[in-house]
Design a protein. Structure first.
Length: 163
């Protein structure tokens, strides 16, 4: 076992990044899938090279996939960020601890900095909601709560919250 409270902030940041990316498709790991993250990286590299299409191993990735991949990424980061800011403010805990707890909940990892048992009622509800959303999938939740007409407005809202 590891005491995460003894880790440096750099080590905690690496753990947060690993929790967000998660595991590969077909595994029981939470978080975004490694393929989702890979498509985002490939898209960035293709854009930097001035190409319209992403290619990997001599195969083209359909451009129709990119909006859903970006939606998943934005939902994970936006929901985790908003929840972390809220929990940090409500509980008066350092932001890095709140981010760790919220990302761990959203990615259904189960790790803690030892803060979760001490959280207040509202913060526990926020963390529990993140766990449910993380298990069901952020894109599924987004589609369930938004009508097709409101979907673009919700994307825009999530994007603006990231900035």
């Amino acid at each position: 076992t590891l005491d995460f409270t003894k880790m440096t902030e750099g080590g905690i940041f690496v753990m947060i990044c690993l929790m967000i990316v998660g595991g590969s498709p077909g595994s029981t790991a939470g978080g975004m899938k490694t393929t989702t993250f890979a498509v985002i990286l490939l898209s960035v590299f293709a854009s930097a090279r001035g190409r319209k299409d992403c290619q990997v191993f001599g195969r083209r990735i359909e451009s129709d996939i990119l909006p859903s991949v970006l939606s998943i990424f934005i939902m994970y980061t936006a929901l985790s960020s908003i929840a972390a800011v809220t929990v940090s403010h409500l509980e008066g805990i350092p932001m890095i601890d709140a981010v760790f707890e919220c990302v761990s909940a959203m990615a259904t990892v189960g790790l803690t900095m030892g803060v979760t048992p001490e959280l207040g009622f509202i913060s526990k509800i926020i963390v529990a909601c993140l766990m449910i959303i993380g298990r069901v999938g952020s894109l599924t939740v987004l589609m369930a709560v938004a009508s097709p007409r409101d979907l673009f407005d919700l994307y825009l809202l999530c994007f603006c919250n990231l900035i």
